[in-house]
Write a protein that binds this ligand. Structure first.
Ligand code: AMP
Length: 113
């Protein structure tokens, strides 16, 4: 998608601090970290949000689920972490390319909403 920030990061036209990459998935550090470790895990193909996951593209999401524990281990999040995906306006999704936040490196707040 031409005007998608995260598609541009996948293409390399906008820089990112990569922590993991394979043919389906990219993970990089959030530019505005909300925890000592804050990583975004995204599919390389453009999927707008969880609402748009379907039979055709679910393979990329499945790969993200495989990769998240690998990244958590590499980042030494052995004491736990949080995975969040925001969807749409009520979910306060600001970038319209599916992404999973991995947050950790400290004990996180107990509030979720
Ligand atoms: P969300 O609010 O769930 O859509 O999350 C979007 C996330 O993308 C926010 O946590 C931003 O800090 C992060 N973000 C925005 N631009 C960049 C960028 N160029 N590189 C890394 N993270 C970014």
């Amino acid at each position: 998608m031409q005007d998608c920030l995260f598609c541009k990061i996948v293409a390399g036209s906008i820089p990112s601090t990569k922590v993991y990459e394979d043919d389906m998935v990219l993970a990089f550090r959030d530019i505005s970290p909300q925890a000592p470790t804050h990583i975004l895990v995204i599919p390389k193909i453009h999927i707008e949000s969880m609402t748009d996951v379907n039979e055709k593209n679910v393979g990329a999401v499945e790969q993200i689920m495989r990769v998240i524990p690998v990244i958590a281990k590499e980042q030494n999040l052995d004491n736990g972490f949080r995975v969040v995906t925001n969807v749409g306006e009520d979910g306060r999704q600001s970038v319209k390319h599916l992404h999973f936040h991995i947050l950790g490196g400290k004990q996180l707040s107990g509030t979720m909403g």
